[in-house]
Design a protein. Structure first.
Length: 122
């Protein structure tokens, strides 16, 4: 082991009410990433409708395009707005209701009922 390295295991002793944040943290981020992927796929003409679900991850799209990670980030900057998206914005971008777009993501109902804005660019 390197004598300049240290391993720290800590417990903040803070209770996190996981059910209370189920729709506003991790699951929301999953939805935001997936919607961003679908917007990119549509704008890059990799799919013709978001219900095709040809790609499940950003990396799958990157491999299919043969792009480097910096090139992918440039695509995000060019095609995804920095401002939050509303469900109406998402429908305009994808041609699909948000509920239909994400219906196979676990806990999507909680995400839909807990949020009015989605920060896809992040």
């Amino acid at each position: 082991m390197n004598d300049r390295a240290a391993l720290v295991i800590a417990n903040s002793l803070t209770d996190v009410p996981k059910l209370a944040i189920l729709g506003t943290r991790y699951n929301k981020r999953v939805v935001e990433c997936y919607v961003g992927l679908m917007i990119l796929c549509l704008k890059l003409k990799q799919i013709t409708t978001p219900t095709e679900k040809k790609y499940k991850t950003f990396y799958e799209l990157q491999k299919a395009l043969g792009y480097t990670y910096p090139q992918m980030i440039d695509l995000v900057k060019a095609h995804i707005k920095k401002e939050p998206y509303t469900p109406e914005d998402i429908k305009t971008e994808t041609g699909c209701e948000l509920k239909e777009l994400i219906s196979d993501i676990p806990n999507y109902e909680i995400v839909l009922s807990s949020n009015k804005e989605y920060f896809i660019y992040k």
